[in-house]
Design a protein around this ligand. Sequence first.
Ligand code: NAP
Length: 540
Amino acid sequence: MDILIVGAGIAGLRTLYSLRKDGFDVRVVEASDELGGVWNHNRYPGARCDVESYDYSYSFSPELEQEWTWTERYPRQPEILSYLNHVADRFDLRRDITFNARVASADYDEVGAKWVVAFEDGAAMTCRRLILCLGQLSAPKTPEYPGQELFRGETIVSALWPRRDVDFRGKRVGIIGTGSSGMQMTPVIAETAERVTVFQRTANYSVPAANAPLTADEIRDVKAHYAERREMTRNSPTGLGFQPGKVKTLDVDPDERERVFEAAYNRYGFGFALAYPDILLDPEANAVASDFLRRKIGERVSDPEVRAKLLPVTHGFGTRRPTVDSGYFEAFNRDNVDLADIREAPITEFTETGIRTTEKDYPLDLIIYATGFDALTGALLKPRITGRDGQTLKEKWAQGPITQLGLGTAGFPNLIIVGGPGSPTVLSNVMVSTELQVDWLTELLKTLRDEEIAEIEVTPEAEQAWNAHVAERVSETLYMTADSFYNGGEVKGKPRVFMPYSGGVRHYRRLLEKCAADGYAGFALRKAPLAKTAEVQDAR
Ligand code: NAP
């Protein structure tokens, strides 16, 4: 076929829709037996998106916008999965998706200018262009502890949650990890479990979700003004619709600042980070915002000892991904919830009956790994992708990912990445940044078709320049002051390089537009494959 898309999550579905509409011969392959990507796999109790529902939805169809009605301000996982299934049915996408097809490898045939894609079950496909829609946070990572195999209870990875009801009644549950996943599931599991022990390595900042069912008035209002709302999100730095405040944090009278922080804290979720424009840029501004949040967290926890442990002190607010929670800190006021501070008393081993730390034994029936993902590059490097001259993507990115605008990398012609490193991705509302990229690449592919371009390839100069720009933009921020999944610093052996583009969705869109207007600057467009041209020259 002409175009093969790998992954039937948010990006893959949207790419399929757009390319098919424009008459391309296109197919999606998906490793799972269901579509939905992370929303298919992350079925843990309490799983919810921390972007508001109406903004976490596709913008390509006004009819779809009017037909679909979200029920809560922040949508739960089952509702998002239903939405994605509805989109697939509504636009008849399933007929072009092959399920249960996990890509094992992809090899570029330099002479034929095509990709040969092999699947784990032995099947193979060839395509002219390969589009990877593998997700940013889709390769789960789990810790290794001595004795893990001895544990006689059940273990579950939050990002690979089983498709059955997990009954917590009468069970002692251990949750390892206090990122969004751990924080979301803790209060929900605590409602029925006999005991929940949260194993915390790093205390995390969080802003309350202020979630609520959407009222009929709110729904009517969004639907009546959807176009304006979309414009606002597209023109905001994060794709969430928030515009940063204009006055700097320390230029404001402390009482006024407290009032602004309080209002943002109680209503805006992630928008808190933009209450002032310098919270993620200036260490002193960040310290003031972090102090405010520590105070608010403290107010939510009654036990002074537990409270002290829950206060994030190892990093500034926002330098690692904060959370938008629903009752996480209050859960520790319950009699059946404990906190195990494993920074103070690390886990030494698993035993037959639970987890042992340097301080004590925790008897457990169920251990949940909410330990996050090999972010941004993990899923892209899982299949063996081989480009020009036999070089694999893993080899090419050994010192960290290098891309032109996050969309491709030199030496891998006709390969396009959606939501890849070097694009706004995890620093943005992924719906907005994904649609932006897909609309752009659809136009690109139309140009390639119209101009009969056999091969498109990022130039080495362009990717060097883009990586330098990504590094320059992040150097204006505080993001590199902490190890995080943004920079790989939390994964042993992973290069510590800031991966997403921190220049904002709006600026990124302008750069994409400029790239296209300049004839797809930074990409070499060839009517005949480079290898063939070289062959002809050799023969001459
Ligand atoms: P995460 O934010 O990376 O958190 C992983 C947690 O596991 C951290 O607390 C980490 O501790 C801990 N951990 C990792 N390895 C460990 C080890 N060996 N021993 C003990 N603890 C360990 O992962 P996540 O919570 O799954 O969330 C990842 C991202 O997915 C989110 O930031 C978000 O972008 C997305 N997500 C979104 C939603 C949503 O929309 N609401 C929900 C879930 C996930 P350290 O902090 O010490 O490294």
